[in-house]
Design a protein around this ligand. Sequence first.
Ligand code: TMP
Length: 203
Amino acid sequence: MHKGLFITLEGVDGVGKTTQALLLKTRLEQKGQEVLHTFEPGGTALGSRIRQLLLDPNHAELSSMTEILLYAADRAQHVHEQVLPALKAGKTVLCERFVDSSLAYQGYGLGLDLDAIRAVNHWATGGLVPDLTIYLDADPAECLARTKKDRIAQRTLDYYGRVRAGFLAIAQAEPKRFKVIPASGTLEEVASRVLRAVEGEVL
Ligand code: TMP
């Protein structure tokens, strides 16, 4: 068992996860918590090399199975090297993306076997589940206009529609853990919604 709080942030590319993670980190630190802000893929030195492989548009030949396994490999290293040690030390971990991203992007988005993705990731993470997940919800068409077109982000709007629907399906299945926060409005408005959700559930 770990002592710290494990909070993940999810959402489609360009929705503003990093900005909101940093604002939440500041607010939690003001409340006296020690916070580790981190992300997947690429939250470790090894992981940043896996990230390059995953996002390189020149590797169009990368198979769906390889894609699932590389995200899971990045996650295994990240949990081992960053997330678990911080949780064991009693820190709050704010992690951009976790298993839900693999379910939404590879499962719902690409139409791959959800149970297989769950099983691989259960193994990769030792069954670690976030205490709370903040899902920033917005229309992918608006978010994608703000992104660099890497190997994943160059996928179609139909694909991103399925990713969003996947996140919303997870929210329906796990309403206690997985909170849908509308990403519309100013940064401060979204930040207040995020903080209220965190305070309401886990603080
Ligand atoms: P980022 O832009 O949020 O850092 O994520 C990089 C890309 O990887 C983004 O398009 C989402 C995608 N991704 C997956 O497809 N599956 C996953 O499991 C994760 C963690 C990210």
